[in-house]
Design a binder for this molecule. Structure first.
Ligand code: ATP
Ligand code: MG
Length: 424
């Protein structure tokens, strides 16, 4: 066996305690924000049958063609995949447990997603999303509500410099008409198309519009527009979404080239983008997916959802100068000798009974070195217990931000410390 130091898998990150404080804070803000809109939490497995993603996301997409971590269960031969996104699993769970039986559902989940991409800043192989899904809602009101929710979250987080891009993908019939025109158009410009675009020409021509290849931009620019094929219902839906956003003073930009990377979207699609993260500028993306539930085997029902990239959001937060929340400690307990140790742990538990955050010194050392640790912990007070105190069932309380050390009996300790905490 080699004794080289083992490393995490490339593109999969440890989140160390310092940074984790920011994650915890972010997760709390997100939970409160979702509760304010009536969304309820759902938790799905990280592993699903590969066929779920093939069916939901589409065979001819970046994710299914080249980004999925798929493997065979060596015990029973099942084809499994680490989830690359959450919508498919969420819809699967909702159908499996019949949650749409008599009411629409507002649901959210958060956690790691897995995609085999080239790792770079803001793009990882294990990354985290908060996903928000409203199932069983047909109207433009929910589309607008989800977009407005995002705007509120950015405000809560103090994130500026994000803009909203909006588009509509219409419905199946108009997409089919547009698709036929697109294929005919691109066939006339075959020489300009790169290999990937040529390959997708007949299987998924819409995705060619999403290409970032500069050599193809002029041809893409002049391609037939879906907007020209939309029927009046889809146009009215889109107009209504825009009207609600305008009423709420949410600025947006219509981007007819916004087609999203997944096949399941129709009608409203949107992305929140920033110029601050280089090429990885999309922090949140989503849209309507009225056909997906039926595609996964359920009774047809409309739905709308979006997902945020947590890593990208946190970079923005840090850039905006969000001060890292520090872990808070109320009390540090310093003690020496056997009798003092017994009293120290009793006192620590007594204080925790009243929800104080107590760091008990472990590992011995002189009073002086223990006091240094108490200082560094950021505690409001330290409790000092020597043999002398222990014998008298008393402790000394030292306010760490200046002030006299006082000696109190154990029964008075909680009240004494509370006074110092209240003064903070
Ligand atoms: P991109 O165009 O950046 O590849 P995408 O369209 O594949 O994004 P979605 O599937 O819509 O992304 O996922 C929603 C959000 O999740 C993205 O807007 C982004 O913020 C984040 N995200 C997607 N892939 C990654 C990744 N590999 N690493 C970090 N964040 C990611
Ligand atoms: Mg991608």
């Amino acid at each position: 066996m080699s004794n080289e130091t083992l490393q995490a898998v490339r593109g999969m990150n440890d989140i160390l305690p310092e940074e984790s404080e920011l994650w915890l804070w972010f997760e709390q803000v997100v939970r409160d924000w979702l509760a304010a809109y009536g969304y309820r939490n759902i938790r799905m497995p990280l592993v699903e049958p590969t066929s779920l993603f093939k069916r939901a996301i589409g065979e001819v997409t970046d994710i299914v063609e080249k980004e999925m971590y798929s493997f065979e269960d060596s015990l029973n031969g099942d084809q499994l995949t680490l989830r690359p996104e959450g919508t498919a699993s969420c819809v699967r769970a909702v159908l499996q447990h019949n949650l749409l039986y008599n009411a629409p559902q507002r649901l959210y989940y958060s956690g790691p997603m897995f995609r085999h991409e080239r790792p770079q800043k803001g793009r990882y192989r294990q990354f985290h999303q908060v996903g928000v899904e409203a199932l069983g809602f047909a109207g433009p009101d929910i589309d607008a509500e989800q977009i407005m929710m995002c705007a509120r979250l950015w405000k809560k987080l103090g994130i500026r410099d994000v803009t909203l891009q909006l588009n509509t993908l219409g419905d199946a019939a108009s997409r089919q008409r547009h698709r036929t025109k697109l294929i005919a158009y691109f066939e006339q410009h075959l020489a300009v198309l790169d290999a990937e675009a040529q390959r997708r020409l007949h299987s998924n021509p819409l995705r060619i519009l999403d290409s970032k290849n500069p050599a193809m931009q002029a041809v893409i620019e002049a391609a037939p527009q879906l907007m020209d094929e939309l029927d009046s219902e889809a146009l009215a839906h889109f107009a209504s979404v825009q009207a609600i956003l305008t009423r709420h003073e949410i600025a947006f930009e219509i981007n007819p080239r916004l087609v999203r990377g997944l096949d399941y979207y129709n009608r409203t699609v949107f992305e929140w983008v920033t110029t601050r993260l280089g090429a990885q500028g999309t922090i949140c993306a989503g849209g309507r997916y009225d056909g997906l539930i039926e595609q996964i085997g359920g009774k047809p029902a409309p739905a709308m959802g979006f997902a945020m990239g947590v890593e990208r959001l946190l970079v923005l937060l840090q850039e905006a100068g969000m001060p890292l929340p520090k872990p808070k400690v109320d009390v540090y307990i310093v003690h020496q000798c056997e009798l003092a140790a017994i009293l120290a742990s009793r006192v620590a538990e007594q204080l925790r009974d009243t929800d104080m955050r107590v760091l008990m010194h472990c590992g011995g050392g002189s009073f002086k070195s223990q006091m240094k640790k108490a200082d560094a912990s950021g505690a409001i007070v330290s409790v000092v217990i020597g043999d002398d105190e222990a014998l008298a069932n008393e402790v000394s309380v030292k306010p760490m931000r200046g002030g006299e050390q006082i000696r109190v009996c154990v029964q008075e300790l909680t009240a004494t410390i509370n006074k110092f905490i209240l003064q903070e």
